[in-house]
Design a protein around this ligand. Sequence first.
Ligand SMILES: *[C@@H]1O[C@H](CO)[C@@H](O)[C@H](O)[C@H]1NC(C)=O
Ligand SMILES: *[C@@H]1O[C@H](CO)[C@@H](O)[C@H](O)[C@H]1NC(C)=O
Length: 294
Amino acid sequence: MVGVNNDNSGDMGMLYYVVLWSIICYFWWKWRAGETLSTLTLEGNYVFITGCDSGFGKLAARTLDAKGFRVIAACMTEKGAEELKAGASEKLQTVLLNVTDTENVKSVAEKVKKEVGEKGLWGLINNAGIMGPSAPTDWLNIEHYRAPIEVNLLGLINVTLNFLPLDMKPFGIKVCCIEPGLFKTALSDRARVMKEKKAIWNTLSPDIQRQYGENYLKDDAVKKEQLVKLCENTDLSLVVNCIEHALRSKYPQTRYSAGMDAKFLWLPLSIMPTFVQDYVLMKNKVKLLYPNAS
Ligand SMILES: *[C@@H]1O[C@H](CO)[C@@H](O)[C@H](O)[C@H]1NC(C)=O
Ligand SMILES: *[C@@H]1O[C@H](CO)[C@@H](O)[C@H](O)[C@H]1NC(C)=O
């Protein structure tokens, strides 16, 4: 602003105006998010979900089935499929799918195409995923990186490519990304994670083991336990609610976050400068016994 103006009333007026508009926009946004398609419109629509053996996939399959969708649930194992069917309606169908097996993906897509026919697919929920070993980088080899990429990235892409012709029909496909924090599922099962870490530890050279120190695994387990206490969500329906909103809303969000830790820690952290991320993440690291040993 040019010159000296002792009368601030103009600025204040502007401020009220902005605040008022923000409030109106907020309520409009909330109202808009609540606009959903009627159950009648959606009943009998097909949704295909991958990774329904356990966790989010299993709960999503059951929930959407109960709400009237025709769910085709892809499971990795026969056992997972049986368990899922036991707790669901007659409508729910299961198929066995290993997303890293290209032929399998193709044949399942063909099968689903036959099933849904002209009606097409209302939603494809790419949920299947695994977690690679969580261990220091110098403990790992390239194969440790390969499996998560095959399943979580290439598998997801292959499924999407093969299913796209099925849900191109209504055009205007919406793509939503659901970003959960730490949830209590098989993926984050602590006993398994620690067991895997111990197995990798056992293959390390004595030099590296000495550098980390023999208490490293134990101390690390304590740190992780603290993090879990702070962050872990046990209510998987937080994620399933996002899935359901994405399927029913007239205006689905591009991104959904589920869990307080995702909303207030992981997602804000992900847009911080790297030095801040490093600082925060290093807070939870165990100190090496001899960091400079070779
Ligand atoms: C994905 O599909 C393509 C061909 O359709 C295949 O070459 C590739 O190996 C597949 N990738 C995975 C991870 O299955
Ligand atoms: C999934 O398919 C891939 C590629 O065909 C195969 O290497 C892997 O062993 C399969 N996994 C299971 C659990 O069957």
